[in-house]
Write a protein that binds this ligand. Sequence first.
Ligand SMILES: Nc1nc2c(c(=O)[nH]1)N[C@H]1C(S)=C(S)[C@@H](COP(=O)(O)O)O[C@H]1N2
Ligand SMILES: [Mo]
Length: 473
Amino acid sequence: MNEEHGRGRGPVGPGDGPTAPAPRRAGSAARPSTDPRPGIAGLLRDGPPAGPTRPGFWRSPLRGPWLTSVFGALLLVGIPLMFVTGLLSYAAYNPDLGGNDKTPDRGWLGFYLFSWPTDPHWLYRLTQGVHVTLGIVLIPVLLAKLWSVVPRLFTWPPVKSVSHALERLSVLLLVGGVLFEFATGLLNVQLDYLFPGSFYTLHFYGAWVFIGAFVVHVVLRIPFMLRTLRGGGLRAEPRGPATGPAGGSTARQPDPTRLTAPEPAAPTISRRGALGMVGAGSLVLLAMTAGQSIGGSWRATALLAPRGQDPGPGPNGFQVNKTAAGVGIRAQDVGPAWRLVVRGRGGRERVLTRAQVLALPQHGAALPIACVEGWSTEDQRWSGVRLRDLAALVGFPDDAPDVFVASAQRSGSFRSTTLRANQVRDARSLLALKVNGADLSPDHGYPARVIVPANPGVHNTKWVTTLVFGDPA
Ligand SMILES: Nc1nc2c(c(=O)[nH]1)N[C@H]1C(S)=C(S)[C@@H](COP(=O)(O)O)O[C@H]1N2
Ligand SMILES: [Mo]
C-alpha cells in the first residue's frame, strides 16, 4: 500500500461513499444541500438525490480516463481471446444447441462449426486451457475496470430520451453480459457442473449477447482510449493522485468522460500502486490455476483449481473426472458379464467379450485428457483397438463413418457421445483397454473407454458398452 501523501487516516481504499468522508481540500466549494424535496417532480427539478447518481458521491482520486483506458486495453486483448477460444470449444464439443442439428454445417449460431481436427493432439488442451485460465486471470482486471467506470453506470435522470435509453440498454447488456459470462464460467469450473445440461447453452448464447454489446462499446470508445493512452499521459499519469494538490492532473480540468471525481478524496494509493495490485492479483490467480493445464511440477501450485489435487501414484495415477461409483456404475456392468456391442452397415452386429477385444490387433497412442473445465493431463500411453478397425469389423473396411458411443452409465450427463468420421479414421483413435501398461482402473473407464486425439475430455466416454457406426439401420 502506497500512502505517498502520508495522510493515511482514511480507510485504506478508494474512499467512496458518504460514510467515509475524507478530509476536504481547502477551498473546495461547499456541497449543495442534500435535502431533496419529496416527490418525483421535486427530485427531477432538484437534480440527483443524495446517492450514487450525485457527481460528488464517487470520490476516489484514482478514477480517470487513464486508469479506465489501461484496464480497457487489457480487456480489449483478453476478451476477444476468450471469445475465440470459447467458440473453438463449441466447435470441438459440438453440443446440441437449440437450432443446431449435430452436423457441423447447420444451425444459426452454429454457422461457424467445423469438423474439429485431431491434430495437433494437444489442441484442445491448449485452447481450453487458455480459455479457462485467462478467464480466471482476467477477473481482477474486469473488476477494476468496472470499478473505474462505476460512476458512469449511475445517471440522473435514469433515462433522458429514447437514444439515451438505448445507450443505457447497451451498457446493461455489456455489464450484465460480462458478469453473467464470468460468473457462469467460474461457477461451472469451481462447482463441478452446477447447471447440468444447461451451462453450455447459457454460456454460449450469453457470449453472443455480450459480444454484440462489446463490439458496439469498443467501436464507440476505442478512439478515446487510444487518444488517452497516446496523449503522453502514459508516463505522467500513473502517479496521478500523488502529483499535486489538485489530486490528479486531470482533476482541475472539466473531464468530458465524467470518470474523474469532481470532489476527490485524499489518495491512499497511487494509480501505479492500484495497477500493481490488480496485476499482482492476476499473477497470483495465474500461479494458482495454470498448473492444472500446464502439468508437470506446476500441478502442485494449482491450489485454486478443484482438479489440482494429487491424483496418486501408478499407471492410473492421473486426474479422474467422475468416478465409477459417482455415476452409478455397478460391478455387474463392468465385470465378466461385460460385452462390447458393435453395430454397422446393414444391421451387421458383433458382440465381443473383453478377451475377444484384447485378441484384436492392439495399437498404442500417447494422448492427454483435456477437460472442458480447463484441467488436462500430460500425454498418457493408451493401448487398445483402433476405432477404424472396429468399423471395419462391421462393414466399413476403409470408409469409417461417424460413431455413436454409449456406456454402462444409465443416467446423468456424458454417458454417451458421437464422434465424427475424421476422428474415427485417425489411427490414434482407440477404444482403449490399458493405460501406461496397466488395465484401465475402474475410475478411468474399465473395461474400455474412448480416447481420441485433440478431443474434449467429455467425448472420451468411459465404461463403453456400445458402438454404432453410421446411421442406425
Ligand atoms: N461414461 C462417462 N464417460 C465420461 C464421463 C462421464 O461422466 N461418464 N466424463 C467425461 C469427462 S467430462 C472427462 S473430462 C473425461 C475424464 O476422464 P478421466 O476421468 O479418465 O480423467 O471422461 C469423460 N468420460
Ligand atoms: Mo470433462
